[in-house]
Design a protein around this ligand. Structure first.
Ligand code: ADP
Length: 485
């Protein structure tokens, strides 16, 4: 075993169903690989559709008493869980880097970011208010908010911790129970999280974690089982659409956090150094594998050459390598297939006339690494303009006018995050209001935190996670009419 943890009890390889650690009922396991080395770090139990059903039934049972507790008692569990995550930050970070590849400093940051949702919703869950509506003399119209019911969650590999906590924290805070299928690439972070939840006093059945090699079997049960009232998903737009279709038969509510095609719009009047620094971290964090990653850098003609020069100089300073080494600034890409997909997109752009300023090939570090790449000479008619790259590739497009920049930003079916660099106050408002995105960062690209409503429009999804608005995704609105007064 190549992972050294201070607390070896955090490396779990069984599924967690109804408060028990169990093997897959067919005895099947699947390997979890370290993307930096290709070595197998664990064999994890693969659950079946039948075990998923069992977890859902246990959730229904557990939810009955959980929802009846005072919000403060639910909050106490989340607070204890939060503290245990902080206490075990380093182990959780090491596990994450080992299975996901991101450098340790990013993993440490994600563990803190993930924990922040538990703290936030521990507090926010106590503030689920109702309403008394203006009524006629003989009646009172009252609105109360109630937990939506058993929630099924499906999460991706790019943020193996935070994408889970920001779903489970609001769900449990308001009185729901949850069953979760983590990505097959990164189940260890999810299992360590639920181990800590168990230590914090998690009631049996309230939160089951179902790793599986067959996502469609688990997903099929989650989306068809009538007990499940809501499906929350973070992942690709294609799978999101499939899950929405599957949910239609039982009219489940859904929250979808899907793909993005984030523009970073840099105007001539921007602070160039800030724009370069912001674009750089947004583009290359997690080796370009985040749904809010800068996907298209749109730079105004007057500042274009200077921007490209500074951006390239900064990228040359990157230290690519195994994320477990402290000196590494940028880790591998999740799988060899992902490397091949990224390279195919670069190849296609080059065939269409793009120029490679830096990178453009698989790294000498090994088959899981792709060189940080910069492309110029790219245009709106190229396929790259419309695609989510999900890798360390920065195409830098040129524009002339504000109107053109807004049109280019909106020329995509996606609408998750967007970024604008300018010092003109009028332009900040015009562009922020004119671009069709769920989130706009003005002179800032690190926009995520537990206090903000994270989510997209168009085919980037629906629903919001985090913030006071994030509670709504797990609540139903009930109207009670008190008549005959
Ligand atoms: P990515 O391309 O980032 O891996 P996916 O959308 O394929 O994104 O994966 C996100 C999550 O969706 C993962 O947990 C994956 O296992 C799950 N998933 C993929 N296909 C299905 C499916 N048919 N049904 C349910 N879950 C699925």
């Amino acid at each position: 075993m190549s992972i050294q943890l201070k607390d070896a009890g955090l490396l779990k390889t069984q599924a967690y169903i109804d408060g028990q650690w169990v093997d897959g009922e067919e005895g099947v396991t699947f390997p979890v690989l370290n993307p930096a080395t290709g070595e197998t770090i664990a064999e994890v139990a693969s659950v079946t559709a039948g075990q998923t059903r069992q977890a859902i039934e246990a959730a229904e049972k557990a939810m009955k008493s959980w929802r009846a507790l005072p919000a403060k008692e639910r909050s106490d569990l989340l607070e204890r869980w939060h503290q245990l995550i902080l206490d075990n930050q380093e182990d959780l970070a090491v596990l994450m880097t080992a299975e996901q590849g991101k450098p340790l400093f990013e993993s440490r940051g994600e563990v803190m970011y993930g924990a922040s949702f538990l703290k936030w919703f521990a507090e926010e869950g106590k503030r689920v208010y109702g309403d008394v509506l203006p009524s006629t003399q003989d009646r009172r119209s009252i609105v109360i908010k109630q937990p939506v019911g058993v929630v099924a969650a499906i999460t991706p590999w790019n943020f193996p911790n935070a994408m889970i906590t920001r779903k489970v924290a609001p769900a449990l805070a308001v009185g729901c129970a949850m069953v979760l299928k983590p990505a097959a690439e990164t189940p260890l972070s999810a299992l360590a999280l639920v181990e800590l939840a168990e230590r914090a006093g998690l009631p049996a059945g309230l939160f089951s974690v179902l790793p599986s090699a067959t996502a469609s079997a688990v997903g099929g049960e989650m989306t068809s089982n009538p007990i499940v009232k809501k499906v929350t998903f973070t992942g690709s737009t294609g799978v999101g659409k499939l899950l929405m279709k599957q949910c239609a038969d039982t009219v489940k509510r859904t929250s979808m956090e899907l793909g993005g095609n984030a523009p970073v719009i840099v105007f001539d009047d921007a602070d160039l150094d800030k724009a370069v620094a912001g674009a750089l971290v947004s583009k290359y964090r997690n080796s370009g594998q985040t749904c809010i990653c800068a996907n298209r850098l749109l730079v105004q003609a007057g500042i274009y050459d200077a921007f490209v020069e500074k951006f390239a100089a900064a990228v040359k300073e990157f230290r690519i390598g195994n994320g477990l080494e402290e000196s590494t600034t940028h880790g591998p890409v999740i799988t060899e297939k992902a490397v091949a997909d990224i390279h195919a997109k670069v190849d296609a752009a080059v065939a269409e006339g793009a120029e490679v300023v830096l990178g453009g090939k698989v790294s000498e570090q090994g088959s899981h690494f792709y060189e940080p790449t910069i492309l110029t000479g790219v245009t709106q008619d190229m396929s790259l303009f419309k695609e989510e790259i999900f890798g360390p590739v920065a195409p830098i497009f040129k524009f002339e006018t504000e109107e053109e920049a807004i049109d280019m930003a909106n020329d995509t079916e996606f609408g998750l995050a967007s970024y604008v660099y300018t010092n003109d106050l009028g332009r900040i408002w015009r562009v922020s209001e004119g671009i069709d995105y769920g989130m706009v960062g003005v002179n800032e690209t690190m926009i995520s935190s537990e206090i903000i409503p994270f989510g997209g429009v168009k085919e980037s999804g629906q629903g919001r996670e985090g913030s006071k608005y994030g509670l709504d995704d797990y609540l139903e609105t009930k109207y009670i009419c008190l008549g005959g007064l």
